[in-house]
Ligand binder design. Sequence first.
Ligand SMILES: [Zn+2]
Length: 150
Amino acid sequence: MDDATTCLVCREHSGDVALPGGFLLDNRHVVAFHCPPLPDHERPYLGYLFVTSRRHVPSFAELASIEAAAMGEAIGVASAALKSEGAERVYLATIGHGASHLHVHLIPRWPETPADIPWMRVDEWEGARRGGAEEVEAMTRRLRTHIEVE
Ligand SMILES: [Zn+2]
């Protein structure tokens, strides 16, 4: 089990892992950012966001109510930004097998996605929007403009 020194999410919070475009949201209880390019995952799905708890806790069950409320608000704001950017839907998931630090996956369904692609495969089909650091940074910048306006 990872702890706060080895945890990927904590390393993303601390700046130890490069996040092109920086944080999308950053407050007392919540940090949100675009899925970054990683050595084993160099071209992430564009618009794939993580809303994470500031504290290193494994799931919603360990959050104080004020932290859970802040997570919900951030998920709403980030989802609205993705929809403003053209997403038809925003799927949410928490799984937790990869890192024992609460991170909600926000997965947009872009309008060109074929109807027969199921929700958990929207990032896997041949035409899925993917990008490296430059595209991730540009997407983060565009999403941030929607957040600042709203
Ligand atoms: Zn952590």
